[in-house]
Write a protein that binds this ligand. Structure first.
Ligand code: ZN
Ligand code: ZN
Length: 132
């Protein structure tokens, strides 16, 4: 029993740290990038643990998993609806401070009779570094 409590406590601490690291950046890191960040504070953590906790956190809606273009999934500490711009050359993903259009959800709901839970809008282009 004591073993289990310790185990849970450890998991919770790891998860909190992963969440803290993710929320401290706006770069929308991949699991690998986040693993490198978390490892500086928890050297013994494994990539699998980071992956697992990211899945749990995104399933709970605490963070967002961004399955936008690119080979690796990226993660976002900001779970609310907001838009992204992605560089098609280097893969950089920035937040875009355009207010989300929730009317489009109402329209989509009316047209499809779906209960719309969220929508996504992704812009693609070349970032300032890649334009030169
Ligand atoms: Zn770029
Ligand atoms: Zn974002």
């Amino acid at each position: 029993m004591e073993q289990l409590d310790q185990h849970n406590l450890r998991i919770t601490k790891q998860r909190q740290l992963i969440l803290d690291e993710l929320c401290s950046v706006t770069s929308h890191p991949t699991a690998d990038e986040l693993y490198q960040m978390v490892r500086k504070r928890l050297p013994k953590i494994s990539l699998g643990t980071v992956y697992r906790n990211l899945e749990i956190l995104s399933d709970c809606g605490i963070i967002q998993k961004l399955d936008i273009g690119g080979t690796q999934k990226r993660f976002d500490g900001n779970a609310s609806t907001h838009y992204h711009v992605r560089c098609s050359r280097c893969g950089r993903v920035d937040d875009l401070s355009i207010p989300p259009d929730f009317n489009v959800e109402k329209t989509a709901s009316r047209l499809t009779r779906f209960k719309i839970l969220r929508h996504r809008l992704e812009f693609t282009g070349l970032c300032p570094d890649c334009q030169s």
